[in-house]
Design a protein around this ligand. Structure first.
Ligand SMILES: [Zn+2]
Length: 85
């Protein structure tokens, strides 16, 4: 699983302006995401593991597209700034 995608998902789930937890431990970040997923009916219905896998895949795809195509500040640039990339 791509660490940056996981961190961006953390920010989105926690509605945070920054990646507060100073860790690169994917297990720790995943556990922090799990704590908030009880607020997301879609995640409950889908299952947390599948939800995280699907969402991080979507974010990874967006990051790949972004890396090739972004030529001005955009929402993904903002997301990357939040996680300190
Ligand atoms: Zn951009």
């Amino acid at each position: 699983m791509h660490l940056n995608a996981l961190k961006i998902l953390y920010c989105k789930i926690h509605q945070s302006d920054s990646f507060i937890q100073e860790t690169d431990d994917t297990l720790v970040i995943t556990q922090l995401i799990y704590q908030k997923l009880w607020n997301y009916p879609m995640a409950i219905d889908e299952g947390f593991a599948l939800y995280i896998k699907r969402r991080t895949k979507e974010i990874e795809d967006a990051l790949r597209y972004h890396a090739r195509n972004c030529d001005s500040p955009c929402i993904i640039c903002s997301d990357l700034e939040k996680i300190g990339v």
